[in-house]
Design a protein around this ligand. Structure first.
Ligand code: ADP
Ligand code: MG
Length: 344
C-alpha cells in the first residue's frame, strides 16, 4: 500500500502557508508580530540584534537519497542558529523560505516542517515568517536566523590575542565519516538495489551528519563561568580552515597539538575502516557545528568544570605561522585542506 499523497496544488499557496504555520505559538517576548502580515516585528528591548542567513540547495548541500526530510528540516535550523551562538548571542527568531517542485507532496513537506519545529522548540526560537515558491527542479531552502546579545558582548573572529588558548567544544570529524558511510551505501544501492544497508554500529557518526546540534550549552556555560571569549566561530568547514580564519582575521599565527584534538572512539574506528587518518578527519572534516574559540590564559582554570571543552593549542605571533605539533613531535603547517599532508 502506498502512503497517502496530497498534491500541493490542491491547497494553493496561501492554503499551504496557512497549513504549515497553523500551530505556531510565539515563545519569545521579542517576537512582537509573527507570520501573517507583510513582515514580522521584533523588539530586543535594548539588546543588540544579530542576523545570519544560509542557503541550502539540493544536490549541493544535501542529498535526499539518504537525508530524511525531518532531519533536513531540523538541520536547516541548526546550521543557522549555530552561527548565532558563534557570535556569543542567543537565537530568538528564524524566517524560512522554500522553493519546491511538484515532486513534493503535502505529507513530505509536513515531515520537513516537523524537523523545523522540533529544532525551534528545542532551542526556544520562534518561526516568524518566510516565503514559499515553486522551483522547476530541486528543493531550495533559505533560513535566516535572528538573535540577541547584551550590548557589545558579541564575539568576532578578528580579536584573538597572542598567547590566548584555543578551545573547541565536543568532538570533531564525526559528521565527515558519517558522510563517507552514507555515500558508500548510496553507491552500493545504486549498483545493486537489493542489498541491505550495512550501517549498524554507525549511529553516532551518522547522527553527527544528519542530526547535528548547536552548542547552546557552551554559550550558557561561558556566560555562567564569566568567560568572555576573545574570538569565536562555529566549525562548519573543518577545524583547520576555521582556525586559519581566526589567525588571518586576528593577524596572528597558532600552534595546535594533535594529541589534544577531541575525537570520539566511534569516529576513530570508522576512520580506520576507511583507511584514513582520524587526525585528518578531525582537522578537515566539516559539518560538526562545534564551537572554536580563544580565551586568555588567566581564564583557563574556569574551564575545568566543563568536560565538553578541550584546549587544543594557543595563538602566536603571525611570523610563527600556523602549525600542528604531531604526536611524534613533528611540526606541519596547517592548510585549509589540512589532511592531505597528514594522510598515511
Ligand atoms: P508576501 O506576498 O508579502 O510575500 P506571503 O503570502 O508570501 O506574503 O506570506 C504571508 C505570510 O506567511 C508572511 O508572514 C510570511 O512571512 C509567511 N510565510 C510565507 N511562507 C512561509 C513559510 N514557508 N514558512 C513560514 N512562514 C511563511
Ligand atoms: Mg511571499
Amino acid at each position: 500500500m502506498s502512503e497517502p499523497r496530497t498534491e500541493l496544488s490542491s491547497l494553493g499557496e496561501f492554503g499551504l502557508i496557512e497549513h504549515l504555520t497553523r500551530n505556531i505559538e510565539l515563545q519569545n517576548a521579542s517576537s512582537i508580530l509573527g507570520v501573517g502580515d507583510d513582515a514580522a516585528v521584533i523588539d530586543h528591548f535594548g539588546k543588540q540584534t544579530v542576523v545570519s542567513t544560509d542557503l541550502l540547495l539540493e544536490g549541493i548541500h544535501f542529498d535526499l537519497a539518504y537525508t530524511p526530510l525531518k532531519h533536513l528540516g531540523y538541520k536547516s535550523v541548526i546550521v543557522n542558529i549555530s552561527d548565532i551562538y558563534a557570535m556569543n548571542a542567543t537565537p530568538t527568531q528564524i524566517v524560512i523560505s522554500i522553493g519546491l517542485s511538484n515532486r513534493f507532496s503535502l505529507e513530505s513537506l509536513d515531515e520537513f516542517y516537523e524537523g523545523v519545529y522540533a529544532a525551534c522548540e528545542k532551542y526556544g526560537v520562534d518561526l516568524v515568517g518566510g516565503d514559499t515558491t515553486s522551483s522547476q527542479k530541486g528543493f531550495i531552502i533559505s533560513v535566516t536566523a535572528i538573535g540577541e546579545v547584551a550590548p557589545d558582548k558579541f564575539v568576532k573572529r578578528s580579536t584573538a590575542k597572542k598567547g590566548d588558548l584555543i578551545c573547541v567544544s565536543g568532538d570533531l570529524g564525526g559528521a565527515y565519516v558519517g558522510l563517507l558511510y552514507l555515500e558508500r551505501e548510496k553507491r552500493i544501492f545504486m549498483e545493486s538495489p537489493g542489498v541491505q544497508p550495512d550501517l549498524e554500529n554507525q549511529t553516532y557518526v551518522i547522527g553527527r551528519l544528519l542530526k547535528p546540534e548547536a552548542r547552546k550549552d557552551i554559550i550558557e556555560f561561558l556566560a555562567q563561568a564569566e568567560i568572555q571569549p576573545s574570538a569565536m566561530m562555529d566549525i562548519s568547514d573543518g577545524l583547520s580552515s576555521e582556525i586559519l580564519h581566526i589567525c588571518k582575521d586576528s593577524g596572528l599565527g597558532c600552534r595546535l597539538y594533535e594529541e589534544k584534538l577531541p575525537v570520539s572512539e566511534e569516529m576513530r574506528m570508522a576512520a580506520f575502516k576507511f583507511e584514513i587518518d582520524p587526525t585528518a578527519c578531525a582537522l578537515s572534516g566539516g559539518e560538526d557545528y562545534e564551537l572554536l574559540f580563544t580565551i586568555s590564559q588567566e581564564e583557563h582554570d574556569k574551564l575545568v568544570l566543563n568536560e565538553q571543552i578541550s584546549v587544543i593549542g594557543y595563538m602566536t605571533d603571525a611570523d610563527q605561522g600556523s602549525a600542528i605539533i604531531t604526536k611524534g613531535g613533528g611540526q606541519h603547517p596547517i592548510t585549509a585542506q589540512g589532511w592531505n599532508h597528514l594522510a598515511q
